[in-house]
Design a protein around this ligand. Structure first.
Ligand code: EPZ
Length: 422
């Protein structure tokens, strides 16, 4: 397993290009199953999760051709000969569950392994299943697999999500595009990735209104065509790298960044004393003075503060002036970066879903372990400003969601290198 070594110190200056959104691409790719025509995605990120989704779609019979170094994905689902998503792929990446709705809508049957939990929580898929049942699917759980049937096709319905769920909204939205009649999804997720999916489906011929609000209305159509669609900018990669100059000083321009993708996050940065300016190329970020201010953070569904930026923000607040309280309201176990930051000298008290961070002057480099995707990058950010050397182990988590992280940070002056495992 590779490690990444970060040497702390020095301001960061320059530009970081922001890639297409992992979490948009992982729902746009299964959309190919809804049509017999080609679907091409541009601005796709080059990540191991995308390779896993490619492998899954190909196992079903879809053609997925990666071009231009992985930035273009040309897909065609003309001939789907397998309707079973195997556990050995699904367990590697829970977003695999997103093939269920499209396969069911396309051919009236699908067998998909339950994803199982992950480090940050149990992460059930009951809302995906309830939503599809509302559209008339008959589901049966056997040997860890969901056996789904919709003989005669899916039928439009009104369904209210008891909890806002990004993935469940995506799964049911895709299925509803080919259901007979009208579907109204209430308490739907509003993330930019949902909007991006809806806009792609509309290009394919779907009839969707209200995406980006809590109520999405879909008029089912008989079939969908092909499209070419650019993957929306990754707001989590954007937010992550916006923090780099906040940790180290200097000024960094994030190419492709837009304020509307990170509104709530920018409000917190402003309160912490970090300046964000929109430029024709993206967002320019610098610290207003030598040390950031403590701020309180509560994670919420979009447009609230993103849970996927909570670990990174906590790392920043470890050296803030004052005490911050972070409340994680989306996942039940998303503070695993805290013990690793404590190894670096941070003062963090975790009680259930609350973490109280008392700022210290400086963190000290140490060997630390990545436990999940966003925790990994929070440790790298902490190492950028810490005294001495930080070794982040198990960086395979990192490669799932951040392309070329050491290249992007080195380009703005960071002392960071990857050590290949023997
Ligand atoms: C998506 O996960 C993202 N992943 C996550 O990003 C992100 O943290 C999350 O949305 C919240 O924004 C992808 O898009 C591939 P949810 P998802 O369904 O869809 C509960 C990253 O780091 N829930 O919105 O799985 C669930 O347990 C990843 O890139 C149910 O109870 O998240 C959680 O507490 C991590 N039943 C809450 O809802 C369900 O059927 C929100 O989960 C589904 C979810």
């Amino acid at each position: 397993m590779d490690s990444i070594i970060v040497k702390g110190g020095g301001e960061l200056r320059g530009q970081i290009p922001i890639a297409g959104a992992k979490n948009a691409c992982l729902t746009l790719m299964p959309a190919t199953l809804l049509s017999h025509e080609p679907l091409t995605l541009t601005n796709a990120p080059r990540l191991s999760d995308i390779a896993t989704m490619t492998q899954l779609l190909q196992s079903l019979g879809a053609e997925v051709t990666s071009m231009q170094g992985g930035q273009v994905l040309a897909m065609s689902s003309h001939d789907i000969h397998n309707h079973t998503a195997d556990y050995d792929i699904v367990r590697k990446m829970r977003a695999s569950i997103l093939v269920l709705g499209p396969m069911l809508a396309r051919d009236g049957h699908a067998i998909v392994s339950l994803p199982g939990g992950c480090a940050i929580g149990a992460r059930p898929v009951d809302l995906h299943l309830k939503g599809l049942e509302a559209l008339g699917a008959v589901l049966d759980l056997k040997d860890g697999y969901v056996h789904a049937e919709a003989r005669g096709g899916l039928k439009g319905a009104t369904f209210e999500f008891p909890v806002v769920s990004v993935g469940a909204t995506e799964n049911v939205l895709m299925a509803a595009t080919l259901a007979k009649g009208t579907t109204v999804l209430k308490n739907a997720a509003r993330e930019p990735e949902i909007v991006d999916l809806a806009e792609c489906l509309i290009k394919m011929g779907a009839q969707i209104e209200g995406h980006g609000t809590s109520t999405i209305t879909i008029q089912g159509v008989d079939s969908l065509g092909g499209a070419t669609h650019p993957v929306v900018t990754d707001r989590i990669e954007l937010g992550t790298y916006m923090l780099a100059p906040a940790f180290c000083g200097g000024e960094v321009e994030l190419l492709g960044g837009r304020i509307n993708l990170v509104g709530a996050f920018c409000e917190k940065l402003d309160a912490a004393g970090v300046d964000v300016t929109e430029t024709p190329l993206g967002l320019k970020v610098k610290r207003s003075n030598g040390r950031v201010n403590a701020v309180d953070v509560v994670t919420e569904p979009f447009p609230g503060f993103p849970t996927d930026l909570q670990a990174q923000m906590m790392a920043l607040l470890c050296t803030a002036e004052g005490t911050s309280v972070l409340e994680e309201k989306i996942f039940e176990n998303r503070f695993m970066h805290a013990p690793e930051l404590i190894r670096m000298g941070a003062r963090i008290d975790v009680h259930g879903g609350h973490a109280t961070v008392t700022g210290v002057d400086k963190l000290k480099g140490a060997p630390v372990m990545a436990t999940d995707l966003r925790a990994s990058v929070s440790l790298i950010l902490a190492g950028l400003a810490a005294e001495g050397e930080t070794i982040v182990n198990r960086v395979y988590h990192l490669d799932r969601g951040y392309e070329r992280v050491e290249e992007k940070l080195r380009a703005v002056g960071a002392h960071i290198e990857r050590v290949k495992s023997q």
